[in-house]
Ligand binder design. Structure first.
Ligand SMILES: NC(=O)c1ccc[n+]([C@@H]2O[C@H](COP(=O)([O-])OP(=O)(O)OC[C@H]3O[C@@H](n4cnc5c(N)ncnc54)[C@H](OP(=O)(O)O)[C@@H]3O)[C@@H](O)[C@H]2O)c1
Length: 341
């Protein structure tokens, strides 16, 4: 495998929720992988992952493991990305990072390829992928912005437990089993029991009353869209859904846009699919989007008391929200000649 033409890939976090989907997406999209190094913690070293019908042994993520790799995806922890992504750059490779660590650094492009693919050209060895909630929202905001100029947006998210990785999925499943057996559910990952519940806190609170997730949504949206002054007001809520983040957004545009014009702009945007037919109760849900790469939008309607627009979007947080977006960045790197020469 290593002698064939193509791109030499490493995945830090290959055994995690995002890492597993990354492997699947590289396979599905037929990315020209000439070599694969699956990496994780010492706990998983020696275990096997499957890729294109072959077993690959997982090694511990250490700087030496990046020697000769063209692209290393990071889907592990923020502290690991901080320590190891520069080691990839130092060896001439490009780190595509899924953590929060590098996103807001001026020298690091923050990329959603449908929105700002050309930003990869400014990379200095590290490219960041946005937060899973931000990606779904930006994919729905950008076409509206291109059609009518975006002034202000108010967002409320409903976020799946897999946004907190494998541990988040396990916590929901254990709590569902506890409740079914009449036991009191215990919680550790989320700030309250998530089964049969909704928690208006994703991650942790800051002194300003917002959660870390909410602040990411504000700053990342501005950076990706190149709108440093965009007014973004946001509340992020965790809900007992396994996969698929949803968001309801109230948008104010420079020039008024009808719901039909907004639907047309959304439908024409790559990676977005409009599912919006209220006569037949058709609207997108997390169940519909799980396993898909498209961002689904619906419930497009005019606000009843202003010229603003409502848009509902759902996206698979593990695919477009993480793995697929990262693989698309790798595709852009290939198309624009940054790797594979
Ligand atoms: N889940 C989402 O929807 C989502 C979306 C966007 C971004 N992200 C980001 O993607 C990253 C991965 O998230 P996830 O949901 O896949 O988490 P996860 O399911 O908890 O998996 C974590 C992965 O990181 C590895 N890891 C942990 N500590 C390590 C260490 N010290 N050295 C090497 N590897 C280590 C784990 O390896 P072991 O198996 O050896 O423990 C595992 O492969 C995080 O930065 C997260 O914020 C997640």
């Amino acid at each position: 495998m290593s002698k064939s033409k193509g791109v030499r890939i490493g995945i830090v976090g290959a055994t995690g929720a995002v890492g597993e989907v990354l492997l699947r997406v590289l396979e599905e999209r037929n990315y020209p992988v000439a070599h694969l190094s699956p990496l994780a913690s010492g706990r998983s070293a020696g275990s096997k992952i499957r890729f294109r019908g072959e077993d690959f042994e997982v090694a511990e993520a250490k700087p030496e493991a990046f020697e000769g790799l063209d692209i290393v995806f990071f889907a592990a922890t923020g502290s690991l990305s901080k320590e190891l992504a520069p080691e990839v750059a130092k060896r001439g490779g490009i780190a595509i990072d899924k953590s929060n660590t590098w996103r807001m650094k001026d020298t690091v492009p923050l990329v959603v390829p449908e929105v700002n693919a050309a930003a990869v050209d400014d990379h200095q060895g590290i490219i960041a992928g946005p937060n899973c909630t931000t990606i779904g929202c930006v994919m729905a905001l950008e076409p509206i912005h291109r059609a009518a100029g975006l002034k202000r947006v108010v967002i409320t998210t409903l976020q799946a437990v897999s946004g907190a990785g494998r541990d988040g999925i396990d916590e929901l499943e254990h709590q569902q089993a506890d409740i079914a057996a009449g036991r009191t559910p215990k919680h550790a990952i989320f700030a309250a029991p998530i089964a049969n519940n909704a928690i208006p806190l994703c991650e942790t609170f800051l002194d300003n009353g917002y959660s870390t997730e909410e602040v990411k949504l504000l700053h990342e949206t501005r950076k990706i869209m190149g709108l440093p002054e965009l007014e973004v007001a946001m509340t992020c809520v965790r809900v007992p859904v396994p996969v698929g983040h949803s968001a309801t957004m109230l948008l104010e545009t420079e020039r008024p846009l009808s719901a039909d014009e907004a639907r047309a702009a959304l439908a024409a945007f790559p990676g977005v699919r409009v599912v919006d037919n209220i006569e037949n109760n058709l609207f997108p849900t997390p169940r519909d989007v799980a396993g898909q790469d498209a961002v689904l939008v619906g419930r497009v309607r005019k606000d009843l008391t202003s010229d603003r627009l409502w848009v509902w979007n759902v996206s698979d947080n593990l695919r477009k929200g993480a793995a697929t977006n990262a693989v698309q960045v790798a595709e852009v790197l290939l198309e624009r000649g940054h790797v594979g020469r």
